[in-house]
Design a protein around this ligand. Structure first.
Ligand code: NAD
Length: 290
């Protein structure tokens, strides 16, 4: 296939490189980052998109997605598919999908889970919103860039799945970290805490696969001085998107709201920027109740 790939940052570059390595013709564009091996350079987003069967975007936020969509959608061939893999607000995902459909294009929102390691290794999970035909067209590309693609429903359903998942992740990571900090103060050894909880009803991905305590459980960013991994500011972004969606849908999400507040304090006031989101454990460990 001919693929236009717009946004060649930490995630986009390895995803585009994997598509090129699998034999697809990839024309890439980024306002700042260089093209990875195997990806040709376009002079503009519109040029990257003009001849493509599928255009993939991997951009920082919904505002930038909307501006790139304005440039790219009029340039695309009828019948081609616009597939956004960024994490953005549900409203932007739906607006861009409608714009694409009105221009005679297929449209998908397909945010990912799996991080930079998953992008490099081609093991991402895609959560996809949009119609069946567009999903069928892009599925072979999801299979190269990832290990799983779940078609979640109509436009916006992929972003909805992503922010619900990450709201659970933010809440469970905080619960796991505050429980470790409490265990410390109760004199309970962290390894014993892990041995019990990881095989009891408090288990979760945060405890079992990504344990926030250094030297305990499988290797995780905690064992690398909390270098990300998944940076706290990216978790904050996703928790903000979840709260914006909850407000729009009139959903009561008190735990998600509190998780967002705690990550906002951590990132904006407590030096959490650039640290892994599991660095909530040393944050709680240093604090007292007052
Ligand atoms: P990044 O900042 O490394 O990459 C974004 C790229 O977009 C940059 O290279 C930037 O120059 C480019 N860009 C910005 N404006 C542009 C424009 N108008 N035209 C063309 N290019 C433009 O970010 P990332 O870590 O690659 O994340 C991309 C998306 O994936 C985000 O929405 C993020 O939330 C999501 N995501 C990231 C991770 C992760 O672990 N990094 C995990 C899952 C999802």
């Amino acid at each position: 296939m001919k693929i236009g790939f717009i946004g060649l940052g930490n995630m986009g570059a390895p995803m585009a490189a994997n598509l090129a390595e699998a034999g697809h013709q990839v024309l890439g564009y980024d306002t700042a980052a260089p093209e990875p091996d195997g990806v040709s350079a376009a002079a503009s987003a519109a040029e990257a998109a003009a001849d493509a069967d599928v255009v993939i975007t991997m951009l920082p936020n919904g505002k930038i997605l909307r501006s790139v969509a304005d440039q790219v959608i009029p340039a695309m061939r009828a019948g081609a598919v616009f597939c956004d893999c960024s994490t953005v607000d549900v409203d932007s995902a739906r607006a861009v999908a409608e714009q694409a459909r009105n221009a005679g294009l297929g449209a998908l929102d397909a945010p990912v889970s799996g991080g930079i390691g998953g992008a490099q290794g081609g093991t991402l999970t895609f959560m996809v919103g949009g119609d069946d035909a567009a999903f069928a067209t892009v599925k072979p590309l999801f299979d190269i860039m990832g290990q799983k693609a779940v078609h979640c429903g109509a436009a916006g359903a992929g972003q909805a799945a992503k922010i619900c998942n990450n709201m659970i992740l933010g809440v469970t990571m905080i619960a796991t970290c505050e429980a470790f900090a409490l265990a410390d103060k109760l004199g309970l050894d962290r390894q014993k805490m892990f041995d019990v909880v990881s095989t009891s009803s408090g288990y979760s991905w945060s405890m079992n696969a990504y344990c926030p305590a250094p030297g305990v459980g499988p290797t995780s960013p905690a064992d690398n001085d909390y270098r990300p991994g998944f940076a706290a500011e990216l978790m904050l972004k996703d928790l903000r998107l979840a709260q914006a969606a909850a407000e729009g849908a009139d959903a009561d999400t008190p735990m998600g709201a509190l998780a967002m507040q705690l990550y906002r304090s951590f990132v904006e006031e407590e030096g959490g920027t650039g640290r892994d989101f599991s660095a909530m454990l040393p944050r709680f460990a240093e604090k007292s109740r007052g």
